[in-house]
Ligand binder design. Structure first.
Ligand code: ADP
Ligand code: MG
Length: 385
């Protein structure tokens, strides 16, 4: 398996877990990011120190690799196109896919063109009060104002609650390119990881439920606590969305389940995703291995994205940096005391609300997962058996 070297743009936790999966298949990886980033810490290969937004660094990476992939979509796409042309390096997801997805508004227009249901949105023609007043008249309040680019963990979103809050919203998002979205009064947020092979075949992981706190993913329930028909509907929507992007690799599809059971796509990530971390312990093949297999062109047998036969339920809890430095490690310690729970720490220095790690809990029932979670978060004091 080791005849192709995979370069990864970005060395955060997603890169780190891609490296782990590649290592198990004896596939060599080279990481481009700042020195000692999480992915580099666990990989002794010769890496590239630099930025995934810098042409020179991307050239250095391409010179060392046969295939490039990303753990983050905020990369320099023109540089990727250049190295593809110049060095003949394969790049997955395709640079054009990354480019479309980078701009959340273009992403939505693309999905609409392919008949995929998405949240209703409009471009903000210029960042001034009048434009937003017109949008408020169209969408009513609240509506969601979003940066088209470089958004993550809610940093890039502003809820415009009233006409009076428009100046604050403009101040918050300053000179960023903006679009606005109709408010979605969702009952639940759902997500599906979809992996696409080079032949264009798509495989969906189970439909899961994500719970956000302060715009940051907090807990994931796998499978989602919804009827089978809703789970299937979400899965079909996610697969159809991913079919609209040529090339291969894994995609995370975020959706809203509305009170009338309609499902709309919120956004798509062209990479492994926080909502798919549960797959490491709950599925036959993790999202990270699925991504590696896809970009390297390794086999993807039928059902390789399914839950493992002994695990029917899982909960993933994100470990976020506490206000009190390193206090989040107490939760990790309790998780280590808990049977059926696994702890993943990313090797980052602690900062409030930073994604420091995650905990996976697996079981044959969701109730059992929940009682284990209760112990881990300190809601109950009895260590589960
Ligand atoms: P990010 O790139 O930060 O993940 P998202 O667009 O996914 O940005 O928004 C983060 C969270 O904000 C979503 O998971 C959801 O909870 C909430 N949100 C986003 N868009 C809307 C909307 N149109 N209506 C209601 N809530 C929304
Ligand atoms: Mg999101």
């Amino acid at each position: 398996m080791d005849n192709k070297i995979v370069g990864i743009l970005g060395g955060g936790q997603l890169g780190r877990m891609i490296v782990e999966a590649a290592n198990r298949l004896n596939i060599k990886t080279v990481v481009l990011d700042v020195p000692n980033s999480p992915a580099k810490q666990i990989n002794s290969n010769e890496h590239v120190d630099g930025s995934f937004t810098d042409l020179k660094s991307i050239i250095q990476l391409a010179e060392k690799c046969d295939i490039l992939t990303v753990e983050i979509e905020h990369v320099d796409v023109e540089a990727l196109k250049y190295v593809k042309e110049k060095f003949g390096v394969e790049i997955y997801p395709l640079p054009d896919t990354i480019k479309l997805i980078q701009d959340k508004y273009l992403q939505k227009e693309h999905l609409i063109q392919h008949g995929i249901s998405v949240t209703e949105s409009v471009a903000v023609p210029s960042n001034d009060e009048q434009s937003l007043i017109e949008i408020g008249n169209k969408f009513n309040y609240p509506f969601m104002l979003k940066s088209r680019t470089l958004a993550y963990d809610g940093r890039g979103n502003y809820v415009v609650k009233t006409k009076e809050s428009i100046p604050e919203a403009l101040e918050f998002l300053k000179d960023r390119p903006l679009y606005a979205e109709k408010w979605c009064p969702f009952n639940k947020e759902l997500a599906v990881m979809v992996v696409r092979s080079i032949e264009g075949e798509v495989f969906a992981y189970p439909t899961v439920e994500t719970i956000h706190k302060n715009n940051i993913c907090h807990v994931v329930y796998a499978p989602a606590r919804v009827s089978d028909s809703i789970a299937v509907k979400a899965s079909v929507l996610a697969k159809n969305a991913v079919k609209s992007f040529p090339g291969c690799g894994i995609f995370g599809v975020e959706m809203f389940l509305l009170p009338n059971n309609e499902i709309l796509i919120n956004e798509i990530a062209p990479r492994p995703h926080n909502s798919g971390h549960y797959t490491i312990d709950a599925c036959v093949t993790s999202q990270f291995e699925a991504h590696v297999r896809a970009v390297v062109g390794l086999p993807m047998p039928k059902n390789f994205t399914s839950l493992s036969t002994t695990t029917t339920n899982a909960i993933m809890l994100n470990v976020l940096g506490d206000e009190e430095s390193n206090k989040e490690l107490e939760i990790c310690r309790r998780a280590l005391e808990t049977p059926n729970a696994s702890v993943y720490l990313y090797g980052k220095s602690t900062r409030p609300n930073r994604k420091m790690g995650h905990i996976n809990i697996v079981s044959s029932s969701m109730e059992d997962c929940e009682s284990r979670l209760d112990y881990i978060i300190g809601k109950s004091s009895k260590i589960p058996e």
